[in-house]
Design a protein around this ligand. Structure first.
Ligand SMILES: NC(=O)c1ccc[n+]([C@@H]2O[C@H](COP(=O)([O-])OP(=O)(O)OC[C@H]3O[C@@H](n4cnc5c(N)ncnc54)[C@H](OP(=O)(O)O)[C@@H]3O)[C@@H](O)[C@H]2O)c1
Length: 275
């Protein structure tokens, strides 16, 4: 199974998160994940790991054309000229020839420059530096503003999404618009979530781990999780999970862990800004 965007872009059921995967060890972890079957990798200017993730892509032995390398434009680079240069620098830093998927990392609404940043992403796509463009942490009003100003909708919105914060409305809106929902912190950073009774019960019923139960919940609801793991054994565990089918009752039971203030660190894109 894959996810398909309004543009026809298809993405796999799972990708590799890479926050804190940096340097040689980070590159090794990315190379191991790709060799083990991952095809979509995340990264960001602000993770200071575009070079390491790209090195992992090159060293994985997987054909470059099969890999989807993601990066994100930082808040400090939203204005036209800084955005143009930052995107060029990101592409050059990777040495991959192009970035497959570039996202605006945060809308930073009070800065008021995300539409300008979006125009820079459109321009980078037209120049062949970037193949597909999307956003991260965008609320419905931010998506509307992009569409009104440019007529171009993102192919992806990467948002915080896990059982404590199931994002029912965002998922439905994205599905209606053909925007693929990528989930960050999909396993709740491997915290308390994984010992919730409802999750350990589902895991026991299927003979899988609690992490796999959470990732299967993502697959059932149509979100594309990006679990980060530096460990090849856990990478493989996570990759196998999206093939597990949960019952409707199990999905509902896990979703019932959701709460209005379920964000792990309270990072609400309406007010939180990152540069
Ligand atoms: N767009 C944004 O604003 C934004 C914000 C946050 C994150 N992200 C992206 O989303 C990715 C994922 O989010 P995240 O890193 O915050 O959290 P996460 O993927 O929910 O959790 C990562 C943690 O889970 C552990 N882990 C992974 N697989 C496991 C397993 N099978 N069993 C037990 N523990 C396991 C990892 O440790 P090991 O490495 O030791 O396995 C790591 O400590 C990030 O890496 C980043 O790429 C994006």
């Amino acid at each position: 199974m894959t996810h398909t965007a309004h543009s026809g872009l298809t993405l796999p059921t799972i990708g590799l998160g890479t926050y804190n995967l940096r340097g040689m060890a980070g590159a090794d972890a990315v190379a191991a994940a790709l060799a083990g079957g991952y095809r979509l990798v995340d990264s960001a200017f602000n993770y200071e790991n575009e070079a390491a993730v790209a090195d992992g892509v090159r060293r994985s032995g997987v054909d470059r054309a099969e890999v989807l390398f993601t990066s994100k434009l930082a808040g400090r680079h939203h204005s036209s000229e800084p955005a143009r240069t930052a995107i060029e620098e990101s592409v050059l830093r990777t040495g991959l020839g192009h970035i497959d998927l570039l996202l605006i990392h945060w809308p930073n609404p009070s800065q008021g420059l995300y539409v300008e940043a979006w125009k820079a992403l459109i321009d980078a796509r037209e120049r062949g530096l970037v193949r597909h463009i999307g956003v991260s942490n965008f609320l419905p009003e931010h998506l509307d503003a992009l569409e009104e100003a440019t007529g171009v909708l993102p192919v992806v919105n990467q948002i915080e999404l896990h059982p404590y914060f199931p994002q029912e409305e965002a998922l439905a809106l994205h599905a209606e618009k053909g925007i693929i929902t990528e989930a960050w912190s999909p396993i709740g950073r491997a915290g308390d979530l994984l010992s919730e009774g409802v999750i350990t019960d589902v895991a026991a019923a299927h003979g899988i781990t609690p992490t796999q139960a959470v990732l299967a919940w993502h697959a059932a609801r149509g979100s594309l999780p990006l679990p980060k793991s530096a460990n090849p054994r856990r990478q493989a565990e996570n990759l196998a999970a999206t093939a597990v089918t949960l019952t409707e009752d199990e999905v509902t039971a896990i979703s019932s862990l959701g709460r209005p203030d379920g964000r792990l660190k309270g990072l609400d894109p309406a007010v939180y800004e990152e540069f």
